[in-house]
Write a protein that binds this ligand. Structure first.
Ligand code: G3P
Ligand code: MG
Length: 248
């Protein structure tokens, strides 16, 4: 059984406010969302921060690499102006800041481990260890409140499993992979997260029959969301929490 919420705000509410920032989380919350997906990668000094792209230029102005920049500099960068001038100065948050915010506001987190290329193992290890440290009090009392760590990187997920086996994991796949079941088994994962565009009804049935949670990204049309739920999909994230409500 899927113990988590059914609809998540993707990258916070990353089309309505700057993705992967506290402003986005607040926006989702204002729309009634107590469940979010966001992306986490490491700074040069190994601090997990919310960021989707490994290089600057889209959500943060300039050039350079996240993995080449210390957290002290990253956390003061403007990650808001690119979307709208009213978000000017909205900073890149650290994962730890976001954990505190989400715990305070009772927001459930799907943390996508998004390693910079070549940093897969260390990113999985550090994100899992920090998650475990910040949620040590609920591991046995209320496991449904633990963050769900997902990644496209098997290396990152293997490292997460080794570092903090008690924090649940999910494998992200863009398209069907013949070995999906053995990959989930190896990771002791609880769920498969797939691009809904590449999910068939047959594959959905196989995943559910195998006893795994099934999550889809990124679903922005209510009609499609209804179809996926009919196929047995447990949950999905959306860019538009103003179109698809939390209690969909
Ligand atoms: O976690 C699902 C989804 O966020 C994966 O794709 O590129 O939006 O991080 P992306
Ligand atoms: Mg993501």
């Amino acid at each position: 059984m899927w113990p988590y919420p059914k609809v998540l705000a993707h990258r916070g509410a990353g089309k309505l406010a700057p993705e992967n920032t506290l402003a986005a989380l607040r926006c989702g919350l204002a729309l009634g969302f107590h469940a979010v997906e966001f992306d986490v990668m490491l700074s040069k000094d190994s601090v997990p921060v919310l960021m989707h792209d490994p290089e600057f230029g889209r959500t943060v102005a300039g050039s350079g690499l996240v993995a080449g920049t210390d957290a002290a500099d990253l956390l003061t960068m403007d990650a808001g102006s690119w979307l709208d001038a009213r978000f000017q100065g909205e900073p890149v948050p650290s994962y730890e800041q976001v954990i505190h915010f989400c715990r305070e506001q009772q927001i459930w987190m799907n943390v996508e481990i998004k390693p910079s290329p070549g940093h897969e193992e260390v990113t999985g290890r550090i994100v899992a260890a920090l998650s475990a440290a910040c949620f040590a009090d609920v591991v046995s009392s209320d496991p449904a409140r633990l963050p769900l760590l997902s990644s496209f990187s098997m290396t990152a997920l293997r490292a997460a499993k080794t570092a903090a086996p008690q924090i649940p994991r999910a494998l992200l796949l863009d398209s069907p992979h013949p070995d999906w079941k053995s990959m989930l088994q190896e990771l002791s994962a609880v769920a498969l997260h797939v691009n809904h565009k590449h999910l068939s009804q047959e594959w959905a049935a196989q995943v559910k029959n195998a006893g795994y949670g099934l999550f889809c990204y990124t679903v922005n049309e209510p009609e499609r969301a209804h179809e996926l739920l009919r196929w047995g999909v447990d949950a999905f994230c959306t860019d538009y929490p103003d179109r698809i409500p939390a209690d969909f």
